[in-house]
Ligand binder design. Structure first.
Ligand SMILES: [Zn+2]
Ligand SMILES: [Zn+2]
Length: 286
């Protein structure tokens, strides 16, 4: 079984009830954090998955809302790991990730220096290992494999989606993207597809052109549902709601997805947990 927890279902727009985009995937005793938007550590704590227990951090792309708390994840893991030899935090993302991590460590350089000066058992900066990929297998440990494929969020490029597999259960995390062939292939036959969505019908009515601009590089609820239907996935999990789903509106959002995808649809508030069982997708892609 793979367990998916929506840690943050918000977007770049600050929201009192929703943290920024991030998702937790637990598979085969391993814990993966996908993106690390604002407030991710509060949600990790609520989900019982502290930063010092993460197997890897996976980044779909380098938009600020998806990496806002990167420094906090790196520093918190470092100061809350009490074993003498810290294993490096594995960070997997698209090209550009190494530069972002390097600059983040630089930005926290004073803090890192203070802590090394103050604690005798902290003798080196936070250990991190960054791996940049756009395609192929990026993880294969103790029965868990992870594959990535390019997505289409242009002009933001490159961007990637992840497919986590464990014992016949599988989950695909699309990140921000418009529908595209490589995402269809990555998601084909998956147990679940976690997809970010925007309501283009609502966003198009907003008076600010800068907000309306976001319609051309995101999937609408219906487009995400079409991707799920084409790929033949078992469960569609929607997140990163723009605009934020107001109380009482949830069923409107679900109905839009259900108009094109007739299987299980999940959406809701931060910390929504979905179990993805092996063999859940029996439907051939097509
Ligand atoms: Zn984005
Ligand atoms: Zn985003």
């Amino acid at each position: 079984m793979i367990e998916v927890t929506l840690l943050g279902t918000g977007s770049p727009i600050p929201d009192a009830r929703r943290a920024g985009p991030s998702t937790l995937v637990r598979a085969g005793g391993q814990t993966f954090l996908i993106d690390c938007g604002r407030g991710v550590q509060q949600r990790l704590t609520a989900a019982g998955a502290p930063a010092n227990g993460l197997s890897a951090l996976l980044l779909t792309h380098l938009h600020s809302d998806h990496i806002a708390d990167l420094g906090d994840v790196i520093i918190s893991r470092w100061v809350s790991t009490f074993t003498p030899e810290q294993t490096p935090l594995q960070i997997i993302g698209p090209p550009g990730t190494a530069e972002v991590v390097e600059h983040t460590l630089k930005a926290f350089g004073f803090d890192i220096g203070y802590r090394i000066a103050h604690h005798a058992d902290l003798t080196a900066p936070p250990p991190v290992e960054v791996h940049e990929y756009t395609d192929g297998e990026v993880w294969n440990r103790d029965g868990v494999t992870i594959r990535v494929a390019p997505t289409d969020h242009r002009p933001v490029a490159p961007t990637i989606g992840f497919r986590v597999e464990h014992a016949d259960a599988s989950v695909v995390l699309a990140g921000d993207t418009v529908p595209c062939e490589s995402l269809d292939q990555l998601a084909a036959g998956a147990g679940a597809l976690v997809h970010t969505v925007i309501r283009k019908d609502l966003v198009d009515r907003m008076p600010m052109q800068r907000i309306r601009d976001i319609c051309d590089y995101h999937s609408s609820v219906e487009e995400a549902a079409e991707t799920a239907a084409r790929a033949g996935v078992g469960i569609l999990i929607l997140t990163h709601y723009v605009p934020a789903i107001e109380p009482g509106q949830q069923e409107d959002w679900r109905a839009l997805a259900a108009s094109v995808f007739d299987r299980q649809i999940e959406l809701g508030d931060d910390l929504l947990r979905v179990e993805v069982h092996p063999g859940i997708s029996a439907k051939p892609a097509g």
